[in-house]
Design a protein around this ligand. Structure first.
Ligand code: ADP
Ligand code: MG
Ligand code: MG
Length: 251
């Protein structure tokens, strides 16, 4: 059982016009096995929240805390955060030139566990996960993110998540750019990892579409750098019908 606690998080970035506060006091707690949907209009700071928890250097934490099982995440390097059990699927994943998917994942797994996985088991696990995600076996030998389609990037993220077995995963717009079939396969992957490992999920999304496949336990409406309203799955249905206007008017 793990818990990610975000307390009164304030985050600023430097812009050409000066320092700008993006997150204005975010409070959010995610336990193992829980799925939290963070929904909000474009530009409300959802990705900033993901990057801040992941340790992206551009984002300056000016106040607040992030704790994973009581440990101060903000004091950790990006690698230490991953080792502690945090997983971030980037909205815009980066290319890693000259490194194959298979080597990249095995290196990441080795770094996390402190020892290399037994090759035989590793190959078997990777093959099984790739089959579930309907990925061509040849994909394992391609360079990371080089020429990946939108759908391939998302599948690769879920493949990573399944093999690295984090405690808490932050998925930023995992649904963007996926057709319905890919969305279903990727969602099934997330659900599988949730069921088998008790993963806690922070699922950031602009649209309610993915929530038909990955059922949230909690929905948080994110507006202008903070959580404006919280509820259960019914809140997502309300947003689908009404949009964010009600929240924007009062922001
Ligand atoms: P969302 O993911 O909800 O669409 P973002 O977190 O990407 O929102 O952005 C929130 C606001 O912060 C936007 O106004 C965006 O322009 C600004 N912002 C985010 N990251 C940076 C950055 N690195 N430099 C300057 N402005 C940024
Ligand atoms: Mg505050
Ligand atoms: Mg975003």
């Amino acid at each position: 059982m793990s818990t990610l606690e975000i307390k009164n998080l304030h985050v600023s970035v430097d812009t050409p016009e000066g320092t700008k506060e993006i997150l204005k006091g975010v409070d959010l707690t995610i336990n193992s096995g829980e799925t939290h949907a963070i929904m909000g209009p474009n530009g409300s700071g959802k990705s900033t929240l993901a990057y801040s928890v992941a340790g992206h250097p551009k984002y300056q934490i000016t106040d607040g805390e992030v704790l994973l099982d009581g440990e101060n995440v903000l004091d950790m390097s990006v690698d230490e955060r991953a080792k502690a059990g945090l997983f971030l699927a980037m909205q815009y994943p980066v290319e890693v030139p000259g490194v194959s998917v298979s080597n990249f994942l095995r290196t990441a797994k080795t770094a996390l566990d402190g020892e290399a996985p037994k090759l035989r088991h590793w190959v078997k696990d990777m093959k099984a996960s790739m089959e579930q995600l309907r990925m061509d076996p040849a994909f394992a030998e391609r360079n990371v993110n080089e020429g990946f389609s939108g759908g391939e990037k998302k599948r690769h993220e879920i493949l990573q998540m399944e093999l690295l077995q984090p405690k808490i995963a932050i998925l930023d717009e995992t649904d963007s750019g996926l057709d319905v079939d890919a969305l279903r396969i990727v969602s099934e992957g997330v659900n599988r990892v949730k069921e088998t490992t008790g993963l806690g999920v922070m699922m950031i999304t602009h649209y309610t579409r993915i929530l038909r496949y990955i059922k949230p336990d909690f929905v948080h409406v994110f507006v202008d750098g903070r959580i404006a309203e919280e509820g259960g799955p019914e809140l997502a249905e309300q947003l689908e019908a009404e949009g964010y206007d009600r929240f924007l008017a009062s922001a």
